[in-house]
Design a protein around this ligand. Sequence first.
Ligand code: HEC
Length: 258
Amino acid sequence: MKKFIVAFLVALLPIGALAAGGAKLPLQHIETDYTNQASLQRGMQTFVNRCMGCHSAEFQRFERAAQDLGMPNNLVEEYLIFDSEKKIGEQMTIAMAKEDSQVWFGNPPPDLTLETRLRGADWVYTYLLGFYEDPSRPWGVNNAVYKDVGMPNVLEDLQGIQKLACTEEVLMRYGIEGDIDPLTGARVGGCLSHDASTGELTAQEFDKVIYDLVNFMAYMAEPSKQDAHRIGTYVLVFLFFFFFLAYALKREFWRDIH
Ligand code: HEC
C-alpha cells in the first residue's frame, strides 16, 4: 500500500511542474456561454468577415455551425459563405496558400478551429484586446500577450488605436487592464491607453464584439459540449434511479444467506 501511495505521488509530480510554468501576463477572464445563440451567431459573422481572409477553420463545417447556432442553411449560404463554389456541407477552409502567407507575415496564420483549446479562451480574449501601436514592427502593432506577433491589428478600424502607456515591466506585472493597489485602492498599471475617437466603436462595444468572437471560437473548439451536458444530465438521473434498483436487487440476492 505504501509503495502504491508513493507511486501515486510521483505520478502527480509533472502536473505540478506544468502548472508552475504558465504565462507571465495576467489574462482577462471570459465566461463563455454556448447557450447564447445570438452571441455565437454574431461571433461567427465577425469570424467569417474579419478572420477568414487569413485563417481557416478546417475542422468545422458551415452546416454543423448553422445547425448548432440555429441558423437556416439558406441564410448561411447567402450571408456567411463568400466563395460561390463552396457548398454548405463543406469545411471552413480558405484560399490563401500557407507558402504565400509565410512570406507575407513571417509566420503563416494558423488554423483557428481548436485555438481556444490550445491557448485557452482567456488567452485568445486578452490577445484580441491586446494589440497596441509599435512603429518598430512591420505592421505598426505589437501585442501584449504575444510579443512581436506577425498578425496586423485587423480590427483597428473598430477599436481605434491603443498605445502602451507604461513600461513592459509594469505590463507584465499588472496586465493590460491594470490592477488595484491594495494600499491606496488606486488603479495601477492600466497599460493600454485607448483613444476612442480613432475607432468606430466605444471600448464597451468593442469588448462585446471580441466577447462574441471568442465565444464562437470556444464553441468551434468544442461543438459537442452542449450535447455532452444534456446527455450527462440524463446519465446522472439514470444512475440515481438505478442505484435504488441495484440496491433492491442486492437485498433480494442476499436475503436467503443472512
Ligand atoms: C491579414 C491576415 C490576418 C487576419 C485577417 C487575421 N489574422 Fe490572426 N494571425 C495572422 C498571422 C500571420 C498570425 C501568426 C502570427 C505569428 O505567429 O507571429 C496570426 C495569429 C493569430 C493568433 C495566434 C495563433 C497562435 O496561437 O499562435 C490568433 C488567436 C489569431 N491570429 C486570431 C485571429 C482572429 C480572431 C482574427 C479575426 C478577427 C484574425 N486572427 C485575423 C494573420 C491574420
